[in-house]
Ligand binder design. Structure first.
Ligand SMILES: [Zn+2]
Length: 173
């Protein structure tokens, strides 16, 4: 089932989320709903606070289907960056909670990430390139941080004002 995506600014997008103590069927349903919502948007990543749930859960799939890559949906409970490379990478980032706004953000190019998968199994993997950027962007959401928080204040305020306007228009529609 698709869930509505919160649009910035929203206090729920600024909160630090709580670790998931135990996996449950309810949480697996939430993860499946988030994947469905992400693919439908379409997007390559989604964090639980973006659907109003303040749990440490993200989903992502950065496979390039237009280049023939097979879908690779990842569900990560309590994801954690263990280490990041000194080498940095710049990507033009966007966010489903900040529609149609994009900006360059610099992050470590390669990161080691640990998480609990859908079956509660502890996993670690090294991510590079777009996958690394995406997983860091999504984990940031769990700490109440948005990609626009990396931008200069003026640019951030400009985007926030556009989003306030968008929300007003949507509320009237
Ligand atoms: Zn985002």
């Amino acid at each position: 089932m698709k869930r509505p995506i919160l649009i910035h600014p929203d206090p729920r997008l600024k909160k630090a989320c709580a670790p998931v103590p135990d996996l449950s069927d309810e949480l697996r349903v939430l993860a499946d709903d988030m994947l469905e919502t992400m693919y439908d948007a379409p997007g390559i990543g989604l964090a639980a606070p973006q659907v109003g749930v303040l749990d440490r859960l993200i989903v992502l799939d950065c496979a390039k289907n237009d280049q023939g890559e097979e879908a690779r949906p990842l569900v990560m409970f309590n994801p954690r960056v263990l280490a990041g490379s000194d080498e940095r990478n710049v990507y033009e980032e966007g966010c489903l909670s900040i529609p149609d706004q994009y900006a360059e953000v610099e992050r470590p190019k390669v990161v080691d990430v640990e998480w609990l998968d859908r079956d509660g199994k502890l996993r670690t993997e090294t991510f590079d390139g777009l996958w690394a950027t995406c997983v860091q962007h999504e984990i940031d959401h769990l700490d109440g941080k948005l990609f626009i928080d990396y931008l200069k204040p003026l640019k951030r305020q400009m985007i926030t004002r556009k989003m306030q306007k968008l929300k007003r228009e949507r509320a009237r529609a």
